[in-house]
Ligand binder design. Structure first.
Ligand code: HEC
Ligand code: HEC
Length: 232
């Protein structure tokens, strides 16, 4: 009996000793995994850096008045290189204008000839009030995140954003009609950069400076989405 008991206690001790190396191994593995996780978090992959750089390359087009005049704050389109408020009390309404004053009353599917004549392209309108696609006041990184957010970008994947860059309202930026400067980058270069951004995983630039004007912060303070994004 005594003999049996000592064997079982011996086994128990042996088991305990065996498990110590296992425990040490387990702790070591945990530690290594933790360290790896930190490394992965800190090192930006070459594709992420490439995607972010490709996005930065298209920013001068996105921020150009030819695009911003429909993607600015306020419930109205803007006009000219100084992006002044559209004359004649034109409002967003449902995106197509208000009441009898619809965009297509004046804007045709092509530019009308002559300085200060209405420009035009098929489907000329503003984004709808529920998803106004306002880019003004966002940093480059926030603008990029908006392009990736289906809740804000018209339910698009990055691939669909690439396709959208071939649609009439975007292409109009290269042929905006008499007296208007086109966007500042050859079209094939722009498309190639947008494609590169999506193909490399659509990562976004980080830490770009905020571009808030006092006017923006007033307008955007009504939108928690943009305020949240601004603090991210
Ligand atoms: C006449 C007004 C108008 C102009 C000018 C315009 N857009 Fe837009 N844009 C729109 C509308 C309307 C939508 C929403 C289309 C939809 O979802 O069907 C939109 C949506 C977008 C979207 C997807 C939504 C988002 O914000 O992520 C992108 C990208 C875009 N436009 C790029 C451009 C670029 C680039 C230019 C300039 C070269 C431009 N747009 C000029 C009206 C305009
Ligand atoms: C009563 C006629 C009229 C209506 C309605 C109208 N526009 Fe215009 N719009 C014009 C004219 C004219 C111009 C050209 C002004 C100029 O070049 O000085 C213009 C210019 C613009 C521009 C400026 C393009 C640029 O980059 O300089 C945008 C954007 C625009 N309109 C969007 C809209 C949208 C969106 C709607 C509907 C919500 C709309 N407009 C309704 C007459 C109109």
């Amino acid at each position: 009996m005594k003999y049996r008991k000592s064997i079982s206690s011996l086994l128990a001790v042996a088991a305990a000793y065996c498990s110590i190396p296992l425990l040490i191994l387990w702790v070591a593995v945990q530690g290594a995994e933790h360290a790896n996780a930190q490394v992965v978090h800190e090192v930006v992959s070459p594709d992420d850096a490439g995607a972010a750089a490709a996005f930065e390359a298209i920013v001068p087009v996105l921020r150009h008045p030819r695009c911003m005049n429909c993607h600015s704050s306020g419930d109205f389109p803007r006009q000219g290189d100084d992006s002044h408020r559209h004359t004649m009390q034109i409002r967003r309404g449902d995106g197509q204008g208000m009441n009898a004053v619809r965009c297509n009353t004046c804007h045709q599917d092509h530019n009308l000839v002559g300085v200060h004549m209405p420009p035009g392209a098929p489907g000329w309108h503003l984004p709808p009030p529920a998803m106004p696609m306002i880019w003004e006041g966002l940093t480059d990184g926030q603008l990029c995140e908006l392009f990736k957010d289906p809740q804000q970008n018209g339910h698009r994947t990055p691939e669909r954003i690439v396709e959208h860059m071939h649609t009439p309202l975007v292409l109009w930026g290269w042929a905006p009609g008499d007296g208007r400067a086109p966007v500042p980058m050859p079209q094939h270069e722009f498309i190639a950069k947008v494609e590169e951004w999506a193909a490399k995983g659509a990562a976004c630039p980080m830490g770009a400076s905020a571009r808030m004007t006092p006017e923006d912060s007033v307008v955007h303070s009504s939108s928690s989405v943009y305020l949240q994004r601004a603090t991210n």
